[in-house]
Design a protein around this ligand. Structure first.
Ligand code: ZN
Length: 253
């Protein structure tokens, strides 16, 4: 009896040990491994996140670079050419590798054909700003058209190129002229009113604050302060990733 009692106790003890080991094993399997799996998952997720972060950063940089490449903008200058300011502007644009659009009057183009020729040679686009800077009204349509035709002739005689773009003084235009004259009007989206403030820093600030991609900036190469502002605008916006193109390049894209 003593022996079978011991044997029974021994068996119970062994079973208890097996049971405890089994429980611990199960716990290990469920929790320990799970912890390991979770840890691994966390690590993998962290790695993925890090890699995604790197990719995101990479993409962001890449996108920014791409975005910067296509951030185009156009500088336009009306009323010239001026005998000294326009040349100064052309020098500055050349140094900076910038092409702009000049809406010249026929009158000023006739007075300074060399400057108009230089504009064309250096890759700038030349448009029509009427002959004597007249404003279109309901009563002067024929005179206005005649001024445009005359100015086209003046420009074409100097550059050899057909004139397709017109900046109507004060923005007054008649859509019917587009077919009649085979010309497109080019208005503007940023106007710092450079002609009235004589302050290059102020004009620059206004433009830089207002500008965004595909804008057409209106300036006049007939004022020293506007020319100075134009070059400061170029320097600032080039640093911000803008590329200066002619209005034709902007409109055709
Ligand atoms: Zn004008």
């Amino acid at each position: 009896m003593e022996v079978s009692k011991r044997a029974l106790l021994g068996t119970i003890a062994a079973l208890l040990v097996l049971f405890v080991v089994g429980i611990l094993g199960k716990w290990e399997a469920e929790n320990g491994n799970d912890c390991f799996i979770r840890h691994s998952l966390r690590e993998t997720a962290a790695k993925a996140e890090k890699s995604a972060g790197e990719n995101t950063t990479g993409n962001t940089t890449e996108n920014t670079a791409e975005y910067m490449e296509i951030k185009r903008i156009a500088l336009t200058f009306d009323d010239g050419p001026h005998p000294s300011y326009t040349e100064k502007l052309l020098d500055g644009l050349k140094e900076r590798g910038v092409r702009a659009t000049f809406f010249v009057t026929g009158e000023h183009a006739e007075l300074h054909p060399d400057i108009v020729r230089r504009m064309s040679k250096e890759g700038h686009l030349i448009g029509n700003h009427t002959y004597s800077h007249i404003q279109l009204t309901s009563g002067n349509k024929e005179t206005f058209k005649e001024e445009l035709r005359r100015t086209n002739e003046v420009i074409t005689k100097i550059t050899g190129n057909e004139v397709l773009y017109v900046r109507p003084p004060y923005g007054s235009w008649d859509k019917a002229f587009e077919k009649e004259l085979n010309m497109l009007p080019v208005l503007w989206s940023v106007d710092p009113l450079d002609w009235c403030c004589n302050d290059a820093a102020c004009v620059t600030r206004k433009v830089v604050k207002a500008v965004s991609e595909n804008d057409i900036i209106l300036l006049h190469d007939y004022y020293a302060s506007s020319v100075e502002a134009a070059l400061m605008i170029v320097d600032t916006l080039q640093e911000e990733g803008y590329e200066f193109v002619t209005v034709e390049e902007l409109l055709l894209d």
